[in-house]
Ligand binder design. Structure first.
Ligand SMILES: C[S@@+](CC[C@H](N)C(=O)[O-])C[C@H]1O[C@@H](n2cnc3c(N)ncnc32)[C@H](O)[C@@H]1O
Length: 170
């Protein structure tokens, strides 16, 4: 097996296990994705979730994706507005990077354990809007329960890998 085909196999299998989670999440929360127009994905990576929703006819007015580098998002999707952040930057300010407008839904899929600005996320959400987190069970203690937001739903999703998800409303 060449190095490239090994890489593609590993990469492909990671994508497959994410898709299994998306399938279950959409079965559980399909209405949520029908009712949110402005969405923010924190740690968007390769945007597989948005490709999956698009393929399943979900439409959004505006999708913003945060990540740390072009390498993480390669290839960029033309229907997503990307923002690259550097938390270690001396003058790092999330609001400056994101812009003034807020979101109906903030998604943090497999990334809440990686970000240092999780306390700031509720301030980016419209009144009545949502935050949805999902994380592999082994990291489930990293799930952030925002006291200012109501828990709407939580559960497990996935087949090859099980995630815990948590949905909260502002
Ligand atoms: C495990 S991947 C999950 C990618 C995608 N959400 C998914 O479920 O397929 C974690 C992502 O978070 C990104 N990330 C790491 N630190 C971050 C930070 N401080 N802010 C935003 N994204 C970050 C990584 O580059 C990577 O794309």
């Amino acid at each position: 097996m060449t190095e490239n085909s090994f890489f593609n196999d590993v990469y492909g299998s990671w994508k497959d296990k994410q898709i299994e989670k998306y399938e279950e999440l959409v079965l559980e929360l399909g209405e949520l994705f029908n009712n949110c127009n402005r969405v923010l994905d924190v740690g968007i990576g390769k945007a597989w979730f948005w490709d999956y929703l698009k393929e399943n006819s979900y439409e959004f007015d505006f999708i913003k994706g945060i990540d740390v580098s072009r390498e993480a998002t390669d290839s960029e999707k033309d229907y997503i507005d990307y923002v690259y952040i550097d938390e270690d930057e001396k003058n790092f300010n999330l609001r400056d990077d994101i812009g003034e407008d807020n979101f109906d839904l903030v998604i943090v899929f497999d990334s809440i354990h990686l970000i240092g600005y999780s306390d700031e996320l509720p301030s980016l959400i419209n009144e009545g809007g949502f935050i949805l987190q999902s994380i592999p069970l082994k990291f489930k203690d990293s799930l952030k329960r925002y006291p200012c937001m109501k828990i709407v739903d939580e559960g497990n999703i996935g087949v090859s890998e099980i995630d815990r998800y948590l949905l909260q409303k502002k």
